[in-house]
Design a protein around this ligand. Structure first.
Ligand code: HEC
Ligand code: HEC
Length: 118
């Protein structure tokens, strides 16, 4: 009985030791809608941001973004356009502030305002 417990404990510990810890372990939906600042967006004449998570997964590694650019939890990042322009979040280097991706002034490409579920 005692040796069985030790065996189980060592299996568990080996499991933890060989699984590298990354912040992004679970899956994200294909599309994520950002609408927490909808009033401000409406004032600026743009819609909510419908973010294609899946497309970004295909282009980058999870840990290119998580956790250093975006906390991997819907709604956990306080994003606004000043921060994007200042090189944070969507405007991080190599992203929508560079030649790598379409620029921040193409508002509608992100602020499509069209809910997508697939
Ligand atoms: C280009 C950047 C980027 C890449 C690459 C990326 N993500 Fe994300 N991820 C985001 C953004 C942006 C959000 C939404 C954060 C928010 O709502 O504030 C998000 C959200 C998430 C969430 C939260 C889902 C929820 O229901 O709360 C998880 C989990 C996640 N990503 C996992 C992953 C995994 C796994 C990978 C790799 C296969 C990955 N992400 C690749 C940008 C990225
Ligand atoms: C690369 C994607 C992207 C582009 C391009 C973009 N935005 Fe945004 N914008 C975002 C994200 C993401 C948020 C945060 C949304 C949230 O958290 O609710 C945001 C937030 C906002 C907000 C609300 C917060 C704030 O800063 O007041 C306004 C207004 C806004 N954007 C206007 C614009 C305008 C105008 C343009 C074009 C000049 C633009 N955006 C281009 C992604 C983008």
């Amino acid at each position: 009985m005692k040796s069985r417990k030790i065996f189980l404990a060592s299996v568990l510990m080996t499991g933890f030791a060989t699984t590298p810890f990354t912040a992004a372990q679970t899956e994200a939906p294909e599309w994520i809608t950002f609408s927490s600042k909808l009033d401000s967006m409406k004032e600026a004449g743009v819609g909510s941001v419908v973010y294609p998570h899946k497309i970004h997964e295909a282009l980058y590694q999870c840990d290119d973004c998580h956790p250093k650019i975006f906390v991997d939890k819907i709604g956990a990042n306080d994003i606004n356009m000043q921060k994007n322009i200042d090189g944070m979040y969507c405007g991080s280097s190599g992203c929508h502030n560079s030649a790598e991706a379409f620029p921040l002034y193409l508002c509608e490409k992100c602020h499509s305002g069209k809910e997508k579920t697939r």
